[in-house]
Design a protein around this ligand. Structure first.
Ligand code: URA
Length: 439
């Protein structure tokens, strides 16, 4: 088999079979297929697209270039995926809640991308927490605790890692075929029985329109289900930060407050409960989403989810009393400043992407891949769309390394919030359900 012949077929709009795609992906990892050939392949896919069977075959071929975990547990193995947003700390609260409901969650998460925050960067705020454990520790914590949130290791879908780097510099990132295979090759390597994808749309999401979000959500559902993992998707709103925080340590603190019932952001609750309910139903733990929501709620209110979170943190090397004493451990920024709106009125619109970019400016995200980040900085106490500002309440609190940084971030936050006399309803939070399709 010759790589150039497979590329020629795709260039001419023909359909590739599983053997050809396996040859290309395996060759990429073994060095038998060059980066130039992979770039040409990616461009051919970008222009000519793939049929569903091809997408499934590409996803499986990429997944199988690395370790694919198998489990022998007394409950289903599930995970959640998100296309990413601002103030989106669902993973931190959902994984332990699911664990408390009797399913197992080996959650392979990512770092911040563009203006969006990354679960691993947030967890790196916790001293000692290992985001890159070996497979043995991942297995042990998943089995003992029920959940382990970790990062992609070199052994997971290595073809994706190489191809992603090539796509990044060859203008081929924006192909739904390639995005689908990239996301799912990593997720499916964890050996899942069920997966739910949270596809965001809005001004803080990568897919700003609901139509684009739907196209990706449908692709993820069909391809993952075609690869043998029961999958559904929910399209959710990202026209304002999901929780009232954006950053790293501030999001961990918000998540622990949520788990312990100290402070609960309603939008975070709603999205978490819906994603969890959907997963519990897909995994066969409950007969319908209503019962799923009840079960997830009980996991939070009983304190069981908080207990699992604490066990996960200590199992992965963090403090044993993290939930009880998190303020002792989380880094705190030297400067905190309340920010007030310039006028009174209702919050009508929030530039969510702008808030995400401001976190990067503060040092809480990366400008280039090699940057180290400051986990202490960000925003907390953010107000939401529809809230009335009467002049006494801040629109948020900036956590910064210096007065100058705090000043610049305060300005950005003021500019990000459009305030007016009329109350505008926030856009619906849960936009659409894309159901599991077993045809
Ligand atoms: N996330 C991924 O993992 N891959 C993509 O191609 C896009 C987003």
């Amino acid at each position: 088999m010759l790589a150039q012949e497979i590329i020629r077929k795709k260039r001419d709009g023909e359909v590739l079979d599983a053997t050809e795609l396996q040859f290309l992906m395996r060759g990429l990892v073994d060095g038998k297929v060059s980066n130039a050939q992979a770039a040409a392949f990616a461009m051919a896919v970008y222009f000519n697209g793939m049929q569903l069977d091809e997408r499934v075959a590409l996803t499986v071929a990429m997944r199988d270039t690395g370790d694919v975990l198998t489990w022998d547990l007394d409950g289903p193995v599930v995970d959640k995926h998100s296309t990413g947003g601002v103030g989106d700390n669902v993973s931190l609260v959902l994984a332990p809640a699911l664990a408390a409901c009797g399913v197992y969650v080996p959650m392979i998460s990512g770092r911040g991308l563009g203006h969006t925050g990354g679960t691993l960067d947030k967890l790196d705020s916790i001293p000692g927490y290992q985001t890159q454990p070996d497979v043995e520790l991942l297995r042990k914590v998943t089995k003992d605790v029920g959940c382990a949130i970790i990062g992609q290791t070199a052994a997971i879908a290595p073809a994706d890692k190489i191809l992603y780097g090539i796509r990044d510099v060859t203008a081929t990132v924006e192909s739904v075929d390639l995005i689908t295979a990239s996301i799912l090759s990593k997720k499916l390597a964890a050996g899942l029985d069920a997966l739910v994808s949270d596809v965001k749309c809005g001004n803080g999401a990568f897919m700003t329109t609901q139509e684009d979000a739907r196209e990706l959500a449908e692709s993820l559902v069909k391809v993952a289900s075609g690869a043998g993992c029961k999958t559904s998707a929910i399209i959710t709103d990202m026209n304002e930060p999901l929780a009232s925080v954006a950053g790293n340590a501030v999001e961990v603190r918000n998540a622990v407050d949520f788990l312990t019932g100290t402070h609960i952001d309603n939008r975070l609750w709603d999205v978490t409960a819906d994603l969890g309910a959907e997963l519990l139903m897909l995994a066969g733990v409950v007969p319908n989403v209503g019962q799923g929501r009840d079960k997830i709620s009980a996991a939070f209110t009983s304190g069981a989810a908080a207990e699992r979170f604490g066990a996960m943190v200590s199992g992965l090397g963090g403090p044993t009393d993290f939930v009880e004493n998190m303020l002792k451990y989380l880094p705190a920024a030297p400067v905190t400043r309340e920010v007030y709106a310039k006028t009174k009125g209702f919050v009508q619109h929030i530039d969510t992407r702008g808030i995400g970019m401001a976190v990067i400016e503060l040092g809480g995200g990366r400008r280039i891949a090699s940057d180290t980040i400051d986990h202490s900085v960000g925003f907390s106490d953010l107000v939401g769309v529809g809230e009335l500002l009467d002049g006494d309440e801040p629109i948020g609190v900036v956590h910064a390394r210096s007065d100058a940084d705090a000043e610049a971030a305060a300005q950005t936050l003021q500019d990000a919030m459009k305030i007016g006399d009329d109350v505008l309803r926030p856009k619906p939070l849960i936009r659409e359900y894309i159901a599991y399709d077993n045809d």
